[in-house]
Design a protein around this ligand. Structure first.
Ligand code: SAJ
Length: 431
């Protein structure tokens, strides 16, 4: 579909989703204003640079800013389309916090005019888009809001992002989109907008269903990872190689088990299932248990890694990886950081952190004495290895370079490692 280059688009929130989205729409030829509360973010984007790491994003932002299609601002301006992509964290008691969404809606409200479209992209509990509509209604009694049987002067829709960090620019274009309107007409209005930029199929539904779709996608993955993590603990107790079991079971045409790890990290999969649990605590039993199983796996890894370390007093420990998953530089909510930091607090300067994507250690390691080390030095100096992230660089270490090392491998990348024979400490099983 040809892009209507006359339309002005505002993207509220210039984070991992908002900035790439704003840049892609700008590349299509529209006038885009990215709005953020952080003066640092606004300044960085206006100088054609990026404050987040994402493949190819720097070049894209530089290009659209220099051509004048994208600029950033602290203030919301009148536009034709508003996309809201602000954080929706969970609080300490696992309740979703939608205050940033409602705040964004209240800053958009004063500049709205009849014919505008507002699209929420933030992962949100069911009912948030309607709450957003109610906030706007209270601030703009002059505008007719869409609702049951009312078309309204403006269109309000929900369209969740589904992109994978590291592939954001590709997936923003290629993934199918699920577009939920407060009314069917709102959905069609938002559909017309996305069709200009998205190659994947765009399918319309209600706002409430679309909100649930997003939560369900990430909960589905969390539940399936929990299954793999539970299996890994059971198999470990039975002395069976879980990676081999999964590989063989997955040869069944209707079985597709995911990979165990040190727990689930990132800011989506470990968070979004709680939105469903909060919405229906009594019935969301598997979803809640999966969260608990995945969190417990991190504790299990700390215990097992500590067992190994205690069997080899005096040897240094290399923790491989700090990122929340392979081949990215994002350490937020990373189970690898959690495990390594607990080992660092316990074993201090014996702990060496190997993370090719880190320039410095995250603050969790402050005062522990643990230090960052490159892989080659770790292979020369450390006798004990705890593998926490399956970065390609770690996968490619040949077996002869790790001969004689004791390894606790939470990602199954060195499963050909021969066991190092030890006399176990009393009450422990030989590794
Ligand atoms: N993980 C495992 N085993 C696996 C797969 C993942 O332990 O077999 C772990 C990873 O190591 C990581 C965590 O799960 O710690 C999450 O990684 P991920 O690759 O599953 O997902 P994210 O958080 O990078 O992105 C997810 C994606 N959702 C789904 O795949 C259903 C992405 O499409 C969403 O857009 C994103 O969440 C989001 O923003 O919601």
């Amino acid at each position: 579909m040809p892009v209507d280059t006359k339309q002005k688009v505002s993207v509220i929130g210039l984070g991992y989703i908002g900035l790439p989205t704003a840049a892609l729409i700008a590349r299509g030829g529209c006038q885009v204003v990215g709005v953020d509360v952080s003066p640092h973010v606004v300044e960085t984007v206006n100088s054609g640079r990026v404050h987040i790491e994402e493949v190819d994003l720097d070049g894209l932002v530089q290009g659209v800013v220099s051509r004048g299609n994208l600029r950033a601002s602290l203030d919301v301006e009148p536009s034709d389309v508003f996309i809201i992509a602000v954080p929706t964290p969970v609080s300490e008691d696992r309740a979703p916090d939608i205050s940033y969404v409602l705040k964004a809606a209240s800053t958009v409200a004063p500049v709205l005019k009849a014919g505008d479209t507002i699209i929420l992209e933030s992962t949100s509990p069911v009912g948030t888009t309607e709450q957003m509509r109610d906030v706007i209604a209270s601030l703009r009694p002059d505008l007719k809001m869409p609702g049951k049987g009312v078309q309204g002067d403006i269109a309000i829709a929900y369209c969740p992002e589904r992109v994978l960090p590291g592939r954001i620019l590709v997936e923003l274009i290629d993934n199918d989109r699920c577009i939920g309107g407060i009314t069917p007409r709102c959905a069609r209005k938002a559909l017309g907008f996305y069709r200009q930029f998205v190659r994947g199929q765009c399918i319309t539904t209600t706002a409430r269903a679309a909100e649930m779709v997003k939560l369900v996608e990430n909960s589905f993955r969390d539940v399936n990872i929990a299954f793999a993590n539970e299996l890994s603990v059971i198999a470990e107790g039975m002395g069976i190689d879980v990676w081999e079991v999964i590989r063989l079971a997955n040869r069944h045409p209707r079985v597709n088990i995911l990979q165990p790890g040190p727990g689930v990290g990132g800011h989506c999969i470990a968070v979004d299932p709680w939105f469903i649990v909060h919405g229906d605590p009594e019935n969301a039993r598997i979803i809640r248990t999966a969260r608990e199983v995945n969190d417990a796996k991190t504790d299990h890894v700390v215990t097992r890694a500590s067992d190994m370390v205690d069997d080899y007093p005096g040897e240094d420990i290399a923790c491989l990886g700090l990122a929340f998953k392979a081949n990215i530089d994002d350490f937020r909510e990373s189970p690898a950081v959690k495990v390594a930091a607990r080992l660092a607090r316990r074993y201090g300067r014996r702990v060496k952190l190997v993370e090719p994507h880190a320039q410095a250690l995250p603050m969790e390691f402050a005062g522990t004495g643990a230090e960052l080390m490159d892989l080659d030095t770790a292979l020369e100096q450390c006798g004990l290895f705890v593998i926490l992230v399956d970065h390609d660089m770690f996968k490619s270490v040949p077996i002869d370079e790790r001969a004689g090392k004791a390894v606790y491998d939470t990602r199954g990348i060195w499963s050909d490692q021969p066991p190092r024979i030890v006399t176990p400490a009393p009450g422990r099983v030989a590794l």
